[in-house]
Ligand binder design. Structure first.
Ligand code: NDP
Length: 434
């Protein structure tokens, strides 16, 4: 803690993983001898840089940019960029740390990293976003590459931002190096299913968990927090599997729509028009209600999918969900559930999927995008979705099997942390003291 003062989210993420590792270290003293724990929570490299840009009024603005290259034992650093005013080193390091184990769990050859900026894209014009992204890449380009570090999107970074970033990379380097970024548009090197992958994967994981109890999503009442990339496609897949998604939210409040969220309308408002979620309720008409400043956890649900941001579901929210009969919670976002809430779900026998397992479908499909770029190929939607489904089932089974093996059946937190950790730790041992 004293080496990383004030980085609260990073401390939380490290504690969450290390809490699971007692039995692993007992069984594998070689990890202790090689100081794997000390090394794994120290990033291989951290880059912090100034991002100057000019707004539409001609005023010079200055933001801070980050890229934390955390661990490359399994492959090039891989992880998204987040543009949000709350971004500081502690958030980027928590996300980068989580990414090491998530990427390991996918079974793909990718290391862990994360980056971003305290730039707030909300309320900015396209031109301002473009100039910011160009300035950001003017520094970042020298640190990334297909074999080095491959960034992608996260909160505030979607297809538009990846386009501006890729354009500037191409211009500076004079290389059409498709594999340097993922989340690209399909016509210029992107992969089908990447947009849908995180949300779809989260719901597939929830379905796999339910199956272990002979249950399914069909006919279930579901609540989802957020209405961004992950939330929209989680809602979409849950509805495809027969669930009724009755609520979602954004940073201004939530909507309750007992008829079931209209995904096409939600996409139009959040993806195309970039407007607040209150507009959904206005346009949807009878039955849909906007609740300013209120989250979704007070609404009765069988399944809850937190898909917005870290620490958005705390102990009192967990209490409400448990009392209303929730049977499964799957994290689409990174670390959305506070540690006390996780413990409450587990004590109450609620199926609980941690983000590093349940939301790994996004980065796994990014790795599929890298494969297509490397072979200059473009796969069909159905083929790519089949690959995603197989990867998610593999992650589910690996977590479940590992939890059993270490004497904690049904504990997906232990399973994910241990399975993710041991693969990276073994690679670190094999590569020597580096
Ligand atoms: P988006 O920017 O597309 O959407 C984020 C959503 O969460 C928006 O509805 C936003 O509201 C809301 N939100 C963001 N910050 C806050 C906050 N502080 N308080 C309340 N609501 C907030 O991001 P993504 O959907 O891509 O990411 C969501 C989560 O999923 C993050 O934790 C991310 O790290 C994680 N994730 C994303 C992956 C991906 O592939 N995109 C992969 C794996 C994990 P508003 O619209 O008002 O800003």
């Amino acid at each position: 803690l004293h080496r990383n003062p004030g980085e609260l989210e990073f401390h939380q993420a490290v504690r969450e993983v290390f809490d699971s590792l007692g039995p692993v270290l007992h069984k594998n003293p070689q990890y202790v001898d090689a100081a794997v724990l000390e090394r794994i929570c120290e990033p291989e490299r951290q880059i912090i840089f100034r991002v100057p840009w000019v707004d539409d009024k001609g005023h010079v603005q200055s933001n801070r940019g980050f890229r934390v290259e955390f661990n490359s034992a399994l492959g090039p650093y891989k992880g998204g960029l987040r543009f949000h005013p709350s971004v500081y080193l502690g958030i980027v390091k928590f996300l980068g740390f989580e990414q090491i184990f998530k990427n390991s769990l996918t079974g793909m050859p990718i290391g862990g990293g994360k980056g971003g900026s305290d730039f707030d894209p909300r309320g900015k014009s396209d031109g301002e976003v473009m100039r910011f992204c160009q300035s950001f890449m003017t520094e970042l380009y020298r640190h990334i590459g297909e074999y080095t570090d491959v960034p992608a999107g996260d909160i505030g970074v979607g297809g538009r931002e990846i386009g501006y970033l890729f354009g500037q990379y191409k211009r500076i380097t004079n290389r059409y190096e498709s594999g340097v970024l993922t989340g690209k548009g399909v016509s210029w090197g992107g992969s089908l299913v990447r947009t849908e992958a995180t949300g779809y994967g989260t719901v597939l994981f929830a379905q796999d968990m339910l199956r272990t109890r002979g249950l399914s999503l069909d006919g279930r009442r579901v609540v989802v927090s957020g209405s961004g990339n992950v939330a929209i496609y989680a809602i979409d897949k849950a509805q495809q599997l027969g669930a009724n998604v009755v609520a979602c939210s954004d940073s201004t409040g939530s909507v309750v729509d007992e008829k079931g969220i209209d995904v096409a309308l939600l996409k139009q408002i959040k993806e195309v028009e970039r407007r607040p979620i209150s507009v959904y309720a206005e346009r949807r008409g009878a039955g849909a209600v906007f609740r300013p400043g209120v989250r979704v956890w007070d609404i009765q649900a069988d399944v809850a999918l937190p898909c917005a941001t870290q620490n958005e579901l705390d102990g009192s929210d967990a209490r409400q969900l448990i009392d209303s009969g929730v049977i499964a919670v799957a994290e689409g976002a990174n670390m959305p559930t506070t540690p006390d809430a996780v413990a409450m779900f587990q004590d109450a026998g609620v199926l609980f999927a941690p983000g590093k397992a349940a939301n790994a479908g996004g980065v796994a499909t990014s790795a599929l995008e890298m494969q297509q770029n490397a072979s200059r190929d473009a796969w069909s939607f159905d083929y790519t979705e089949d690959r995603l489904s197989a990867i998610m089932s593999g992650i589910h089974d690996r977590c479940a099997y590992t939890a059993d093996e270490y004497g904690h059946p049904g504990n997906y937190v232990m399973g994910a942390n241990i399975a993710g950790f041991t693969k990276v730790a073994d690679a670190m041992l094999a590569l020597g003291v580096i």
